[in-house]
Design a protein around this ligand. Sequence first.
Ligand SMILES: NC(=O)c1ccc[n+]([C@@H]2O[C@H](COP(=O)([O-])OP(=O)(O)OC[C@H]3O[C@@H](n4cnc5c(N)ncnc54)[C@H](OP(=O)(O)O)[C@@H]3O)[C@@H](O)[C@H]2O)c1
Length: 309
Amino acid sequence: MANPGEMFNGSVVAVTGASGFIGAHLVARLCALGAQVHGIARSTLTFEHRHLHSWSVDLGDYAKVESTIRSIRPDYVFHLASHVMGAPDLKHVLPAFHANLATTVNLLTACAETGHGTGRVVVTGSLVEPPAGELETIPSSPYAAAKWASSSYARMFHALYGLPTNIARVFMVYGPAQRDETKLVPYVVRSMLAGQVPKITSGQRQIDWINVADVVEGFLAIAAAPGIAGQSVDLGSGHTISTKDFVVQITKLMNLPLQPEFGALPDRPLEPLRTADVERSYRQTGWRPTVSLEQGLREVIAYYRGEKA
Ligand SMILES: NC(=O)c1ccc[n+]([C@@H]2O[C@H](COP(=O)([O-])OP(=O)(O)OC[C@H]3O[C@@H](n4cnc5c(N)ncnc54)[C@H](OP(=O)(O)O)[C@@H]3O)[C@@H](O)[C@H]2O)c1
């Protein structure tokens, strides 16, 4: 496999969703590797680096997407922009459709039309998508439906138009500086630090959690791996843990006299049980996760405490 350090040094890379949780970590890593990074989001990026160019673009607008790609002329594209809401509510249907599916179709079309992204175009899928072969699975949310459809488009653009796409099928991510602080890990840690009891579902759901640093290395490995264009690659830990055990592990590491309240929130219907196939990911890309859950959670807790891990 190619060495990402050598491969990305001096290359032109577009990262959508660059103001978001995973996007910001990916941008920082690419800048450190010496890539010329073009971070795209609707908002202006709040961080700076001499290798970073910030683009404020709504990727739902095809004309703007095409002119942005023509201006950037990227070798590699990482598409992370999304409406990241896995709740089943009707109010998420249109935002998920626009921010996930329309942005993906616009970006893939712009790359195919302009001939850019020939290094690789990596779109971000999700654990909520079924593995290959499960055709009749019912999506668990508007987000799941939009992600699944986006991945189909990515495969189609590779098969029909020769665009070298991949789908990074990302499992549940945790790490420092998560933008949406209502998500489980920042919510639990911040509640505990504020002396408030975190309110949780029954905690029965089994989830495959992956550290953001591992996800970033996974994205780079996918873009660097030869001979896998058109394929999905799982980026997860390969292990599941119940939400209850996961939250209890956080609270034990925090060592505060507070216990979360399980059963205080309703469980979501149709939540799929999925585990990353990390052996397949390794065969495809040479990538394996390296951060243990305990080490990763200690880093997040230290981040919210304002300490160094
Ligand atoms: N976090 C997880 O556990 C997880 C798990 C599986 C998959 N994923 C996937 O990983 C990717 C990154 O997730 P994240 O947690 O980092 O999300 P996030 O923090 O919510 O960031 C979402 C990003 O998308 C941008 N965005 C949304 N709509 C846009 C539009 N129309 N045009 C341009 N930019 C737009 C947002 O910026 P503005 O608001 O400034 O536009 C932001 O930068 C997503 O594709 C998500 O579905 C995440």
